[in-house]
Ligand binder design. Sequence first.
Ligand SMILES: [Zn+2]
Length: 213
Amino acid sequence: MREAIDRARRGGWHLRKTLGHGFGRIFCRRVEPGGAVCKVPIFTTPQRPEDRAKDILRAFRDCPHHHADQTTDLSYAHGLVDGAEKLLDAAEDFLDAEEATAGSEEAWQKAQDLLALATVSAEEVDRIMEIAQKFDAEARTLTQRGWVRGAEAGGSDGSPGSYVTLAEERMEEAADVADKARNRHDPTLITLKARVVATKGRIVSLRLRLDPR
Ligand SMILES: [Zn+2]
């Protein structure tokens, strides 16, 4: 089965593992999104590996997209990077919102501490409460924007970690397209490679923000 998968991948198909479910799928990246043809599910421990290998090879042989040109592949890959960028924007919004919420909590706490002192002026407490409200409003705006930007690119659970993981999967696929492009001097390929590098850098720094140990 490994051989059948490798054969299809050399022919431009892409293998995507589904995280945590013990399987994935191999598919033709030239098919329209949502198209029913040109994809085969892969299980890590299939009942009959030799039959699954035949299924993969048959689907690959019947795939009508083998002659798609490099331009089509590269514009598909640029689309993947667009999606990954949106997901990372969304993840950043959620992380910024968390920071704003923490700022608000700190301000409320400060206001309460001051109220406990008999000497504090009402103006001073008002001023700090106003700061807390500003943080709250900012957190709400950022969270909303994160949901919208994430939804545009297929994110759906509002968790920055899972949006970064989705972006990572897209970047792997885009890098795979870049590796397989035959005309190495294609300017669209060169910009794609630059975008892949930049986006992978953003993923690294977001991972650090998510897990700063
Ligand atoms: Zn196909």
